[in-house]
Design a protein around this ligand. Structure first.
Ligand code: COI
Length: 355
C-alpha cells in the first residue's frame, strides 16, 4: 500500500506499542535506517509557537515542491539515543541538551522551535511508542532523530510560512563499519566543513551533504573518515564528519573550542566532565594539526559515534599512529559514559532520563 500522506498519518488512531521485541538480528546492528512503527509530528505557522503534536504511523511525508527545506535547506536536526536497562526500563541521555541545541539552531535558521518540555516529551513519546525496537541491553540503542524544518512553500529566499517538527527513530549498533576497531582518519585540506560566521556550530542539515565528497574520496582510499581543518589558516583541527575530536598527551586532554565552526556535542561535553572528574586536565582551545600529530592518543566523540579510538591520522602523506587498546585513556572514559547511559553506573549528574 502507498505510504500515508502527512495529513492521513496525523489522523487519530490507537497506538499499539507492543511489548514483544521486534524481529531484528540484534547481534548485527549497524548504523543504517530500520523503519520503526511511529513518528511524532507537530506543526506551527510562522511567528507562532508550537502547541500540540501527536504520534502518527511512521511513513512518508508530503510537502509542496517549493517547501523551504527542499529549496533552501531551512532545516536542522538532532540525534539522541535511548538504551534498555537490564531491568527493561528505557533510558534517555541528556535530551534537554538536544532541546537547547535545537533552540539555538532554530534561532540561527529563522525558525520557531519547540520548548524544552515539548521536545523532551516528543522524544519520550517516540521511544515509548517504538519500544519494541529498543535493542536488548548491550546490543545497541534506539537512535532518535528529531528534525525541524521549513515545510511551507516559498519561492524567494524567506523563512517558510509553516514549520514541522518531526521525530523518528531507528535501532542502531556501531556507527562505523569497523565496529569498535580504531579509526584511520584522513586530514582534509581541500574541502572545508565550516567557516566563521557560518552554520558549523549548529546542526544545520546543510552542513552534512558538503562533506560527502571528501568523505567518499577518503573512504575509497581506505580511511574511516575525514578530519577537517579551519577554513582560514588550514592549521587548526576542527571536527570529523559526524563527531568531535580530542587529543591526549600525558594527563592533558585537548579538544577544539566551540567557536562557531564546531558542533557543541552532547557527548563531547559529557566526556570533558567525566575526564575532569577523573583528574585529567581538559582544555578547550585551538588545537593545531601539529599538536594532534604529536599526541599520544586521539579519539572522536558523538551521539552516533560514541567514543571512538583513533588508530592513525594521515596528513600530507605522513601517517602517524596512536596508542589504542587497553592502554588508551578513551576506553576508560567511554566505559563510564556508557555505564551511565545504560544505567549500570549510578548517575549522580542527573543526565539520565527514564521514560
Ligand atoms: C549524531 O551523532 O547524532 C549525529 O547527528 C551524527 C550524524 C551525522 C550521524
Amino acid at each position: 500500500a502507498a505510504a500515508p500522506s502527512l495529513q492521513q498519518a496525523c489522523e487519530p488512531f490507537t497506538i499499539n506499542s507492543d511489548d514483544e521485541s521486534a524481529d531484528v538480528d540484534w547481534d548485527n546492528l549497524g548504523f543504517s535506517l530500520m523503519p520503526t512503527d511511529y513518528m511524532y509530528v507537530m506543526k506551527c505557522a510562522r511567528e507562532k509557537n508550537f502547541e500540540q503534536g501527536q504520534l502518527s504511523r511512521y511513513g512518508n511525508i508530503e510537502f509542496s515542491p517549493s517547501a523551504a527545506i527542499l529549496n533552501y535547506g531551512q532545516g536542522i536536526f538532532e540525534g539522541a539515543k535511548a538504551c534498555r536497562k537490564a531491568d527493561g526500563r528505557l533510558l534517555l541521555f541528556r535530551p534537554d541538551q538536544n532541546a537547547i541545541r535545537m533552540q539555538i539552531g532554530a534561532e540561527r535558521m529563522c525558525m520557531p522551535s519547540p520548548s524544552i518540555d515539548q521536545f523532551v516529551d516528543a522524544v519520550k513519546q517516540t521511544v515509548a511508542a517504538n519500544k519494541r525496537w529498543v535493542p536488548p541491553p548491550g546490543k545497541g540503542s534506539l537512535y532518535v532523530r528529531p528534525l525541524l524544518m521549513g515545510s511551507g512553500p516559498v519561492l524567494g529566499i524567506a523563512p517558510a510560512p509553516e514549520f514541522t517538527f518531526l521525530v523518528y527513530a531507528s535501532p542502531v549498533g556501531n556507527y562505523f563499519k569497523e565496529g569498535l576497531a580504531p579509526l584511520h582518519l584522513y586530514v582534509e585540506d581541500e574541502f572545508d566543513r565550516a567557516s566563521y560566521g557560518g552554520t558549523g556550530g549548529i546542526k544545520a542539515i546543510s552542513n552534512y551533504a558538503p562533506v560527502m565528497k571528501a568523505q567518499l574520496r577518503a573512504k575509497s582510499r581506505g580511511f574511516s573518515d575525514v578530519l577537517y581543518l579551519d577554513s582560514v589558516k588550514k592549521r587548526y583541527v576542527e571536527e570529523v564528519s559526524a563527531s568531535n575530536i580530542f587529543t591526549v598527551k600525558g594527563n592533558l586532554i585537548a579538544t577544539p573550542a566551540t567557536n562557531g565552526t564546531i558542533l557543541p556535542g552532547v557527548t563531547r561535553r559529557s566526556i570533558i566532565e567525566i575526564a575532569r572528574d577523573l583528574g585529567y586536565q581538559v582544555e578547550e582551545r585551538l588545537v593545531t594539526v601539529d599538536e594532534l600529530l604529536d599526541a599520544d592518543e586521539a579519539f572522536c566523540t558523538g551521539t552516533a559515534v560514541g567514543v571512538a579510538s583513533v588508530g592513525s591520522i594521515t596528513y600530507h602523506n605522513t601517517r602517524v599512529e596512536f596508542r589504542t587498546g587497553s592502554e588508551a585513556v578513551c576506553g576508560g572514559l567511554y566505559s563510564i559514559l556508557v555505564g551511565i547511559q545504560r544505567g549500570i553506573i549510578d548517575d549522580n549528574k542527573g543526565w539520565v532520563v527514564e521514560i
